[in-house]
Design a binder for this molecule. Structure first.
Ligand code: UDP
Length: 241
């Protein structure tokens, strides 16, 4: 088969660019160094963030694929780029929470870091103009954002990903506090899409409780690049042996 070539840009998001390729089923992703928070109000360039998130995401997706999770991941190309299956993204962001952090602590009256008795799934409508409002499965069904059958799969995959990632991160002394997933349809099949990186997960060092994720950017804690580098280092020490 002829090698896949990069064609014109299809889309530029906050953290990634997406290009068409010579294969209509595959898109080319380039990870940027831009960081945004608070619905785009806070914006900065973090040196090497794109490289770190590209590599971290590839490691997580390979780990998940090897454990039967259906993902869009195809191949890591180089420092900043990967190939993934073209998805029709469902406009629903899925947040999985294992500990109270951020807004959840306030909503349910639990202190930051409290272990939840079970994982909690939340859904948000993926719409920057509306600020990604929280929704439930009735909104999703009524508005046709995903079918009930698709949501059964989304929830099952999200919870399986959670168990697999808790297990992996435990082995490198990281608490998986919460994270956000996105799903899409490829030839009618529900696949896990987007990225899994410190940009959309909360990773706490189990001993020091140090935040090794985007909260360092959100709350001006400094050492962002170093924290992402540390996540990559620990994952490589476990997965590339
Ligand atoms: N998250 C994300 N993108 C979003 C919203 C949330 O990646 O647009 C991630 C975030 O990094 C965290 C989890 O989802 O790991 C929960 O985030 P949220 O902002 O809902 O948390 P809160 O601060 O409200 O607890």
């Amino acid at each position: 088969m002829a090698p896949i070539e990069k064609l014109e840009q299809l889309y530029e998001g906050k953290a990634k660019k997406v290009y068409k390729t010579t294969d209509p089923d595959i898109v080319w992703i380039e990870y940027k160094d831009s960081a945004t928070a608070f619905n785009g109000l806070k914006k900065e360039e973090i040196p090497n963030k794109g490289i770190l998130n590209n590599r971290i995401t590839a490691l997580f997706f390979q780990y998940l694929e090897e454990r039967a999770i259906p993902t869009h991941f195809v191949e890591l190309l180089n420092d900043r780029e990967m190939l993934v299956k073209a998805l029709e993204i469902l406009p629903v962001e899925v947040v999985v929470r294992n500990r109270a952090a951020g807004s959840l602590g306030k909503r349910i009256g639990q202190e930051e870091g409290t272990l939840l008795p079970k994982p909690i799934l939340e859904f948000y409508y993926k719409d920057d103009g509306l600020g990604d409002p929280m929704i439930n499965e009735y909104h999703i069904d009524a508005m046709g954002w995903a079918t009930k059958e698709q949501m059964i799969q989304v929830k099952e995959i999200a919870l399986q990903v959670n168990s697999l990632l808790i297990d992996l991160m435990e082995q490198v002394n990281i608490d998986l506090v919460d994270f956000k997933l996105e799903f899409g349809l490829h030839k009618g099949q529900v696949l896990l899409g987007d990225e899994i990186s410190p940009d959309n997960c909360r990773f706490w060092d189990q001993e020091t409780k140090e935040r090794l994720d985007k909260d360092r950017f959100r709350h001006d804690l400094g050492g962002i690049e170093e924290a992402y580098q540390e996540i990559l280092r620990r994952l490589e020490s476990k997965l590339l042996t």
